[in-house]
Write a protein that binds this ligand. Sequence first.
Ligand code: URP
Ligand code: ZN
Ligand code: ZN
Length: 470
Amino acid sequence: MDLVIKNGTVVTSENTSIADIYVKDGKIAAILDKDQSFDFAEKNPVSKVIDASGKLVMPGGVDVHTHLDMPFMGTSSVDDFESGTISAIYGGVTSIIDYAIPEKNQSLIECLNIWHKKAKAKAYVDYGFHMSVVPPVEKVLDELKELVDSGITSIKCFFAYKNALMINDESFIQLLKKAKESGILVCVHAEDGEVIDLLTKKFIAENKTEPHYHALSRPAEFEEKSVEKILNFAESEDASIYFVHISTKSAIEKINKSKMRGVKVLIETCPQYLLLTDELYLKPNFEGAKYVMSPPLRSKKHLYGLVSALKQGQIDVIATDHCSFNFGVEKQLGKDCFAKIPNGIPGLETRMPLIFKKMVVEEGISLSDFVKINCTTPAKIFGLTSKGDIKIGYDADIVIWDATCRSKIKAANLHHKVDYNPYEGFESAGKIETVLLRGNVIMDNGNLVINSPSGKFIKREKIISNGFIL
Ligand code: URP
Ligand code: ZN
Ligand code: ZN
């Protein structure tokens, strides 16, 4: 055996127990209690022992929604695959799926090659890509099969960002049909780009240009309405849908009703919608821009609704939507008008410690549920078949946490490249001490211990069959 992690409190998606985890050739080879472990070690000499007494031993985090090094709104997201994935490790994350976004009229395969170049030899954690499908959609429908053959089995489309990324209803239905045939899962950004465009123009005409008009131009009801429309399309095509970054209680309620009718639908939300609310847009000195993202932060009513839905098992995934911009540089593009503030916030490094504090410590969800929502379910949904859990045969992507530790989030102590953090001063729970990626220790005692990136591209298998997630 190459390594054993001894005496830790091992948390899987199914249970929590004191156990020893044996690793060989980058895979989990055995998970044994004390007595079994004694016998096993006698017959299987072990090269390295990590003592995890008193610590939680969990699967590496899986963040299935990031935007690294992405051209967007006249600039580029600041964290690239190097800084983004280093900050991921400090946040206990060992796999990401990043959204490739083609330029207008660019072929999907050409875009995919560009994303491979961005990530190769830069990523410190394992990675896959989703492909965004932007207008003109009809031109790229025939590329979906090749996309699947290249290991890209999920696509995203946007009902937002009019005149840039926004899809229309007719193209969306065509895409749903073609994706279903090809075994691709369709991820959807559900807002109403037409309404947003109208309200944005109205506010600008009235000289209402401060950051909080970003939120006012994207009303909560229009997430619900958009979700409803998309669910109807999915139902009539018998297709599966994955809603990204759901931000409202009312959208969850609509989705729950449709699930009862048998619609195949999955829900992602993000830490920002579970922890932050829309009054932050009113911060003085343009600081509201730090929270400009789409969909925007919502009222307390929605935040409480999402927390409660999560506790009832109605939310499948927490992902970050990490899309970072400096407050002092890129966010200033919108100094004179909210519509020009690049949309997005950082999150890769803070997701797990903040959600541990909020959902495990304060709201009392089980450790296994924490693992499910941050690791196992996202890996399962997106076909990362050897990631997201502690099971024999799975990749030894393992994080050792000191769960007793409490600390305050400070941008200056984080490892992404941007100059602020939306959670500045928030208390987080759990210190990530040791991180293994495919059996190699990449973080030890809270410090990165590798000098060069070792993340690998994960070629994913088809994840849909006859409209159902496999
Ligand atoms: O504000 C956000 N969410 N920026 C990234 C692009 C997107 O819509 O996911
Ligand atoms: Zn989006
Ligand atoms: Zn996003």
